[in-house]
Design a protein around this ligand. Sequence first.
Ligand code: G3H
Ligand code: ZN
Length: 286
Amino acid sequence: PLASTGELVTRAAAARSAVPAFNVITLEHVEAVIAGAESTGAPVVLQVSENAVRFRYGRLLPLARAAVAAAERAAVPVALHLDHVQSDELLRQAPGAGFSSVMYDAARLPYAENLAVTRAAADWAHGHGLWIEAELGQIGGKDGRPALDAHAPGARTDPDQARDFVGGTGVDALAVAIGSTHAMTTRTAALDHALLRHLSAALAVPLVLHGSSGVPDEGLVAAVGDGITKVNVGTALNIAMTGAVRTYLAARPEAVDSREYLGVGREAMAREVARIIGVLGRTPTG
Ligand code: G3H
Ligand code: ZN
């Protein structure tokens, strides 16, 4: 059934576990994430990023409608989340498109501006029943932009500033920069676990890990133990899908039916979803 992100995250926080949140680009992604989650019995968040909307010719509704229909028929709770939103116009489409939550991304802005625009977004979101996540400290690697030096001050979330930011904006969750980077194709990111523990101690809201595809399994498990409550995974699904499709087509140059390679790509993504959920440990469904 269709679930709400806020409820899944609250339940995970109470159980000291984390909700897996997978980025979806195509209908095959949607189906694979749900199939993978169903095979484990765990709830899941489907997230559509502003970049994915751009890929869909700028239209949110076609993929969102399909995701809502798939979630409603799923055997596990499935929530819809709008990810890395920079455009207020897109933010305003979220409630009508079936999303229970958004991640408002103004981390590229100077601190005072990030605070001001995020507070306005949070006010609007709460007025429309949305759970809202925001980012402080830049988690690099998005949009093909080079990652900041992971040790640069702007690339890490400062605990004191984070407390001020959460209090000043009223957001429901915070994406923290603790050493992960978006779009990594190797699982080699070294998380700053001491910083994460400081952030967990300083903040009352759930913390979100972005760029989780680049984090080794043991790093993910440790991060959940240190207070990460939502784990965002995108690139790992693309790696699984593209690898499977490439292998399939290389072995069968005569193939023409798109169902053949989309099917193997979808199965590879579903297996990766189930694997990652297994790493995170099962989140109780209540
Ligand atoms: O918001 C989405 C995630 O941060 C995905 O990052 O593609 O590096 O796994 P990733
Ligand atoms: Zn992200």
